[in-house]
Design a protein around this ligand. Sequence first.
Ligand SMILES: Nc1ncnc2c1ncn2[C@@H]1O[C@H](COP(=O)(O)OP(=O)(O)OP(=O)(O)O)[C@@H](O)[C@H]1O
Ligand SMILES: [Mg+2]
Length: 234
Amino acid sequence: MTTPHLNVRNLSAGYGRARVLFDIDLTVHPGTIACVMGRNGVGKTTLLNTIAGLITPTTGTITHTGTDITTLAPHQRTRRGIAYAPQGHDTFAPLTVAENLHVAHQATRRNRPDLIDAALERFPRLKPLLGRKAGLLSGGQAQQLAIARALVTDPDLLILDEPTEGIQPNIVAEIETAITDTAAQGITVLLVEQYLDVALRLADTITVIDAGRVIHTGPRTELTHRSAHALMAI
Ligand SMILES: Nc1ncnc2c1ncn2[C@@H]1O[C@H](COP(=O)(O)OP(=O)(O)OP(=O)(O)O)[C@@H](O)[C@H]1O
Ligand SMILES: [Mg+2]
């Protein structure tokens, strides 16, 4: 067996006394697209925030390429190659598209302008918008910028929280292609995706969470549209 790219074991986390995640196990293998699904409020974002280091777990461990990263700060995880595009496509609104990409790239302390070129090749729609303030972008453009910002940090693991939420269908298709191409390039992807069709097209493995617990995990091929729908409706 190869070392998992990401290995979450027995993870519990919450907010103050409110426990949200209970003994979560999640294994993501190198070069795969792992999709986490579940209804609203079941703890998907809390899980990704904990993996990114924004929330401290109450129990459990997170390993990245075999190294325990459970206590690392978010920026240390970024430098290890973990990039995170949070839910709601946050960008630096007062900065231009170009500045957004440069600031994200500089934070990694690398000098790889080719990463910015590659991110723009992945999202050609951003090229004519380089001088525009991020706060003036449409939702779809802002989402593409949020993913591009993650890519310029040279990740080996890209974490995306609902990149297609509230986005018009033609842009959803572009984002799907960008995710597939990113994975084909060898970058592992951990994705929270609400739309069943998108998840079933993209994912190699699907993990379903309900009320903070994993209720299903396995290869995408184990699920039909109907069985996946049934899991989501529990
Ligand atoms: N900052 C916070 N403080 C307290 N409770 C929170 C906080 N953020 C989320 N919660 C609660 O934790 C639970 C899980 O929320 P989370 O955002 O992880 O769910 P989710 O599965 O990502 O939902 P969605 O599909 O709506 O994005 C919810 O009950 C939510 O109200
Ligand atoms: Mg969420």
